[in-house]
Design a protein around this ligand. Structure first.
Ligand SMILES: [Zn+2]
Ligand SMILES: [Zn+2]
Ligand SMILES: [Zn+2]
Length: 228
């Protein structure tokens, strides 16, 4: 290892200052100084690095996410990828879905700063409205939409399980979609899911994933249908 790479490996991802003593690390292995431990990419959750872009007030994107923002056609492709994957796995979503993009600030006002998407229920006459954060990289958008589409699927089938099973099942869908996309950003989303300590979203996910690993997806689907 030469001196240059030694310094690169041990400097703050945001300000470039050499890290001595305490350093903070994200899921991708990037490290920052104490001062920059809040500098997360608003899309993927990495530290956003020195080449970050403030895409809209308060929302910073890492270079990777900035370069992977889908255009309208890319969004449509992402939706159809998820729908096709689900259909092939016995989770066909029948309804028309309308996406509405909002900023993080708008999402906080509309619903919560903790979520990146939600489905408006009951559906409107023109289908299910999914409100989703704008400025998400393609894989992160897929993470959010694959979760929300399984809420639609549950609603279509009149399935009303306890919250941890409902959300855990949606997160299992995201997990399967991320496994199938398998880019570093997608695998990072799984890392974040694995580290989620929330009793509903995190524990619920681990319960459903265990069921999936032990019994397979058809058994999970049958279990979900028992909540009709
Ligand atoms: Zn720093
Ligand atoms: Zn990012
Ligand atoms: Zn949910």
């Amino acid at each position: 290892m030469n001196l240059r790479s030694l310094l690169t490996n041990h400097s703050c991802n945001v300000c470039g200052k050499i890290l001595l003593g305490i350093a903070y690390q994200d899921w991708s292995g990037n490290r920052v100084c104490k001062e920059h431990n809040k500098c997360f990419c608003s899309s993927c959750g990495r530290y956003y690095g020195a080449k970050a872009t403030e895409i809209v007030s308060g929302e910073w994107l890492c270079e990777n996410c900035k370069n992977n923002l889908p255009d309208k056609a890319g969004v449509e492709k992402t939706v159809s990828y998820i729908r096709t994957f689900y259909k092939q796995h016995g989770l066909e979503v029948q309804s028309h879905v309308v996406l509405k993009g909002v900023t993080a600030a708008q999402m906080a006002r509309l619903y919560s700063s903790d979520v990146r998407g939600y489905v408006e229920l009951p559906p409107s006459s023109d289908g299910y409205h999914i409100i989703v954060r704008r400025y998400l990289a393609r894989a992160v958008l897929a993470m959010v939409l694959s979760h929300e589409l399984l809420h639609v699927w549950q609603y279509e089938h009149h399935i009303y399980p306890p919250a941890a099973i409902c959300e855990g099942f949606c997160n299992l869908g995201s997990y399967l979609i991320m496994q199938s996309i398998h880019t570093p950003t997608a695998m990072g989303q799984i890392e974040l899911l694995n580290g989620d300590t929330d009793p509903i979203y995190g524990e619920g996910f681990r319960t459903m994933r265990t069921m999936y690993e032990q019994n397979g997806l058809p058994a999970v689907i049958a279990y979900m249908k028992s909540f009709r």
